[in-house]
Design a protein around this ligand. Sequence first.
Ligand code: CO
Length: 300
Amino acid sequence: MEEDKVDPKVVEEVGAASYKALVAARDMIKPGVKLLDVANHVEKMLKEQGYGMAFPLNLSIGVQAAHYTPSIDDETVFGENDLIKVDFGAEKDGVLGDCALTVDLSHNNQKLVEASIEALQNATSVIKSGVEVGKIGAEIEKAITSRGFVPIRNLGGHTVKTHDLHSDIFVPNYDNGDDTILEEGMVVAIEPFATSGKGIVTESDICDIYSFDFETQVRMREARILQEEIKKNYSHEPFAARWLSNVVDSRFGLYAGVSELARAGALTRYPTLIETGKGLVSQAELEVIVEKDSCRILTK
Ligand code: CO
């Protein structure tokens, strides 16, 4: 396996900054507050502290499981009954943080929220050098199903490397029998999702998160300007379309340009993911470093 040399101090620092930003987002979430205001606040906060973003702030509501981030002039506000997955991470020197929690504004979905939290605790309690990822999945599945919910099977945890948030190893949210092992020193994000639906997510039409793959020929003027800017500032980590609002002069130009770049293969799209059974979704996530006999939480 290719060696990924990172400064352990930076890994800890990025983990702590990620968690602090996550908590700041959580504390702003109230009925009537704009999602865009929360995103702008915490993204600016990280920048002012000298960090980049591992990915844009995700605020996915209800049956959305992941990958909703506000669009350029998004007027959406949190509702009294919203169940919100907040997923965020800092970046420094390519070192990436990744952590998430769920805010239950109605207080009617506490069991669902606890299911993913308990699954996360049980999963981290078995992580140590040599543990099979299928065993971690089994712990997650057991915690969630014992509470009457189902884990989302096509989302899961992942090893994290420099500039590579979803690296080579996938950590399932159920027992898929995978005997791939985690080794000492690996950085891993564990992220159980629990739902009252079918346990499968699918892509919706909404997409505001993209990442740059490679430069390509595009005809539209806006697409060319956007590509230059993306290449310069967002060549590694995923970015939000709204971060490019000052590059082209209209919302139409921005989205048309980004769409052309995606069609041409310059960008990967990360559409908002929806639970196929229309079930509510909860999520809990943290990042750990694997040690010989246990693991250490980084996003705290
Ligand atoms: Co993650």
